[in-house]
Design a protein around this ligand. Sequence first.
Ligand SMILES: [Zn+2]
Length: 313
Amino acid sequence: MVRGRFAPSPSGRMHLGNLFCALLSFLSVKSRGGDWILRIEDLDTARCRPDYARQVEEDLRWLGLAWDQGGSAGGPDAPYFQSRRTAFYEEALGRLREMGLVYPCFCTRAQLHTASAPHREDGLTVYPGTCRGFSPEDIAAREAAGRKGALRLRVPEKSITFTDGHLGEVTEYLPTDCGDFLLRRSDGLFAYQLAVVVDDAAMGVTEVVRGADLLTSTPRQLLLYELLGLPAPEFFHFPLLLSPDGRRLSKRDGDLGLAALREKDSPEEVIGKLAYLAGQNPTAAPRTPGELIEHFRWDTVPRQDIPLPPGLF
Ligand SMILES: [Zn+2]
């Protein structure tokens, strides 16, 4: 059973970059005869809103990207809203705790961003292990003083290597390339890495298609799959769409958001142009998602970030 997913965060209206992800994940799994599910990643309740989640579903319907289960439709592993699934993350965290792999970190944001901390190419900071060796008394003293720790995973001294279905082999040496990473923030919010692993496994996801900005989080997730004894999916990372002036698209690019696109283009026009950028349509001519499934191939998807040609959208 092949199963893929689209997992947007409803913190605003979708933009072209989100649609690019939706289309590629849809075509990849449908070309293998699988199911495509929708999961709403709304753990950060301060930033996410239910009306944006409903809008995601409405925009996908407008585009003709029909999910097979999940979303408001539910399914055997429902709910597919992360905010309603915290009991599952709590359970996984408990198992990691029992293995002695979880410890509290009391570092402040300022401490974590000091110049001495190693920075990775992608801008993430590798945690230097400041709180790793605290004794139970050290921890109790901080907690008694009212400090609430975040929780980190103690990473083993080893490398993780995997072969991305599109970008090839990736290796990270966990202590220096990754560091002890967050499982839960000090405000109680579960980290993306833990939630996404628990959910993909519970929902039977066999392939994860997402932007190359998440490529470096994959070794952390593979480590969690291994520790929790869960089967890992295949990963396919695709290059990001850039604005014509070379910036990453964001929800602030209103003119490339769904509201603006829907005013000037038909769904087939939007899909045809995105498929063209994805190497799945010889021209930017209008297409329906269904027409693209049969001819989908990963080897014609670009491997470098894709600046939007001026005037295409
Ligand atoms: Zn710390």
